[in-house]
Design a binder for this molecule. Structure first.
Ligand SMILES: Cc1cc2nc3c(=O)[nH]c(=O)nc-3n(C[C@H](O)[C@H](O)[C@H](O)COP(=O)(O)O)c2cc1C
Length: 323
């Protein structure tokens, strides 16, 4: 498999991001140049119970392909049924299994990163997902281990490969590592050397030059971007440009970011209606304006917007005000 039929060399993917990577955000990232996008993680239990909110998280349009739907859960039988449902009813380009989520709500039910503590369960869960999803490819996303004293990524990688998983993403931190410190890219290199399947490197790529460095240092087949895309979905275009030409594009200006935010707000309105879409947009607006001079004064106003016009007026005001 070529990572969701991607033929591009050195593809850059949008990470699954709970509460963030919905259809409008995926469209923005895809149009900017992300080679593959993912839904946020979706509960396998919720799928087999046909919970409405869960099913809504998985809807996507054909204009979003290639797309992966990410599932989490700790029960192999449930995972198998959920993967089958997804394959038969939604037919994404791939199904990704989350074995790395550190969030308490997920870990408490033994999902996400908790599975890394139980290698027999890891094998069962991945085997079940591969069976259920067939003929769709299954990929998995892991951290290095439960904590820094128990790295298991090589073993988990080998288990995944044996189970028929087609590519593995490594967020190069342990569960205990949260988002602190630096991601350990040497783990990505080790994993790449140990496995035959493609390895997707993830963790701390915040710029085009970081992306170039991650490819060069680890030999990974693709990279995945999370937090940097939240701040700037156009980063995919910048990275692709850099990887193809070796030249860095200028950083987006405040006006570029405002224009991007307005495009995003329009997609949100299309997806959810203007009222709900604008309310959902408020948190993204906070991210877009990070680092703007005077952002502290702008933020409370943006947290109250109800319409796209409100956003436009606040931005125009900002541009006209001397700071
Ligand atoms: C707001 C947020 C939501 C996330 N949701 C998910 C998720 O649903 N599934 C998942 O596998 N990882 C999730 N992650 C982790 C990211 O996919 C990624 O592994 C992590 O942010 C490291 O990449 P980065 O350094 O590029 O941000 C989330 C991260 C953030 C910041």
């Amino acid at each position: 498999m070529r990572l969701g039929n991607l033929n591009r060399s050195r593809p850059v993917l949008l990470a699954p991001l709970a509460g963030v990577s919905d259809r409008p955000f995926r469209l923005l990232a895809g149009r900017a140049g992300a080679a593959l996008t993912y839904t946020e993680m979706v509960s396998s239990e919720g799928i087999i119970r046909r919970q409405r909110r869960t099913l809504d998280l998985m809807r996507f349009g054909s204009d979003e392909r290639p797309i992966g739907i990410q599932l989490f859960g700790a029960n192999p039988e449930v995972m198998c049924r959920a993967a089958r449902f997804v394959a038969e009813n939604l037919n994404p380009d791939l199904i990704d299994i989350n074995l790395g989520c550190p969030v308490k709500k997920v870990v408490r039910k033994s999902g996400g990163a908790a599975i890394l503590k139980d290698l027999a369960l890891t094998a069962d869960l991945l085997g079940a997902a591969v069976d259920g999803a067939s003929p769709l490819p299954v990929t998995a996303k892991i951290r290095t281990g439960w904590d820094d004293n128990s790295p298991v990524y090589i073993e988990v990688g080998q288990i995944a490969e044996k189970s028929g998983v087609k590519a593995l993403t490594l967020h190069a931190r342990s569960r205990a590592g949260g988002y602190g410190g630096e991601a350990d890219w040497s783990a990505i290199k080790d994993l790449k050397e140990a496995l035959g399947i493609p390895v997707i490197g993830n963790g701390d790529v915040f710029s085009a030059s970081d992306a170039g460095r991650m490819f060069a240092r680890t030999g990974c087949d693709a990279i995945m971007i999370g937090r940097a895309a939240i701040r700037n979905p156009l980063i995919f275009g910048h990275i692709n440009h850099f990887l193809q030409t070796g030249a860095l594009l200028p950083e987006p200006t405040a006006r570029d970011k405002m224009d991007m935010a307005l495009r995003h707000a329009a997609l949100m309105a299309e997806q959810y209606g203007e009222e709900r879409g604008t309310v959902r947009m408020r948190k993204y607006l906070g991210w877009y304006i990070r680092g703007f001079p005077g952002a502290g004064k702008l933020r409370p106003r943006l947290l109250q917007v109800d319409t796209i016009d409100d956003i436009r007026c606040i931005f125009d005001d900002y541009c006209l005000t001397d700071r």
